[in-house]
Design a protein. Sequence first.
Length: 140
Amino acid sequence: MQSILDKIKKLEALINGTNIAGEQQAAIESKKRLEQRIAELPPQQIAAIEYTLTTSGHWHKKLLLALCGKYQLEPYRYHRQKYTTVMVRVNQQFMDEVFWPEYLLYVKHLEALVEDITSDLIQKIHAVAEEKDILELDQG
C-alpha cells in the first residue's frame, strides 16, 4: 500500500513539473489507474501496518494462514525467519477488532478438539493395555 502511495506522489510531482502535454497526460492516466487499485483494495488493507505473528506450532500456523486467506491478506516471511513466524500487513483496527479475536477463538476450538482427541486416544490405549494384561493373566 505504501509503495502505491509513493508512486502517486511521484506521479503528482511529474504532472506538476512537466510542460510536455503527452508526458503529463500519461502521468495523469497512470495516477488514475493507481487510485483505482487503491479503491479496489479490501478495507483491512488500507493504512496497513506490518505485524509479526508468531504461532506455537504447525496447526496454529495453518489456522492463521487459513484466516489470512479468508480476509484476502497476503502472509509472508522474511529470509531466515522461523517457520512459525508469519508477517502480514493489515489495518490496526481490523487486526484488533476482527482478525486477532477471531484467530484466538479458533485457537481455543482447535486446542479443545486436540484435547478431546488426545484424551480419547489415551483412554483407548489404556483399555487395550488392560485387555492385554487380562488375556495374559488368563493364559498364564
